[in-house]
Design a protein around this ligand. Structure first.
Ligand SMILES: [Fe+2]
Length: 251
């Protein structure tokens, strides 16, 4: 049986220039360190790390350098894409060159991982620019014989939380229209919403992953924190196109 592609999905670490800085009472450096330690102690090693944005909270180069320091020497490719809090230019500058890849497509076995940039200036919501939509369409068309997992920062479907649904992927309809044309998409994963979710849409698995720092309370109309600890997601992408996945909470 062909080997599965195992991804460690982390998201929204919100690092700061100053390592002692806290966000909503949480030292985000400590929680990212603890999350990576927990996940990489698992005897079933991942084949790659995927980080879906809000790597840095304060748009500083130092924050990206810290992320690089924590992830570069793990013997794994590290796939990154930007969120609304990121500075894509600085991020691309610091997190490029092996083992890092900023957006684009990565192939492992029977799977293609398609990573999108939804950053939009002066907006906590996201947008796929025309070039990014073209890239998606072209990549999906060129990878017809493979299973595809799409990763992005912003949610392409409502989360049932009024304030978060005010800052979604703004052109989700265009994105989903493209997705609906391609039957080889198996899953879509995102960050941004600091909470776990898992649903099916037309046979495609849609999943959000908790942050490596604080979580947001599901279903809340207004901003509210949850009491859950940092978390991460395992994604086991099998050769037959099926996905096994689980959330791990770092107590
Ligand atoms: Fe975000």
């Amino acid at each position: 049986m062909a080997k599965s592609f195992r991804i460690l999905h982390i998201t929204d670490p919100h690092l700061h220039a100053h390592r002692a800085a806290r966000m909503r009472g949480v030292n985000t450096d400590d929680t990212l360190v603890a999350t990576l330690r927990h996940a990489l102690a698992d005897p079933h090693r991942p084949d790659a790390i995927l980080a879906t944005g809000d790597i840095v909270q304060d748009e500083t180069r130092v924050g990206y350098e810290r992320f690089r320091e924590l992830t570069a020497d793990r013997g794994l490719p590290v796939y990154v894409l930007p969120g609304n809090h990121d500075s894509p230019a600085i991020m691309r500058d610091v997190l490029s060159g092996a083992p890092f890849q900023f957006c684009g497509v990565a192939e492992h076995g029977d799977w293609s991982l398609v990573m999108l940039n939804t950053f939009a200036s002066n907006d906590d919501g996201g947008l796929l620019a025309p070039g990014e939509l073209e890239f998606l369409e072209r990549t999906l068309a060129g990878h017809q014989s493979r299973h595809c997992l799409i990763a992005l920062h912003h949610q392409p479907v409502p989360m049932g939380s009024r304030w978060l649904d005010g800052v979604p992927l703004r052109n989700a309809a265009e994105f989903l229209t493209i997705c609906d044309r391609h039957a080889h998409i198996r899953g879509i994963v995102w960050g941004h919403v600091h909470q776990a979710s898992d649903r099916d849409r037309n046979g495609v698995r849609l999943m959000s992953t908790p942050s490596t720092c604080a979580q947001f309370r599901p279903g809340s109309d207004d901003f509210a924190l949850d009491t859950l600890p940092p978390g991460y997601r395992w994604l086991d992408l099998h050769a037959d196109g099926s996905i096994d996945t689980s959330i791990v909470w770092v107590e």
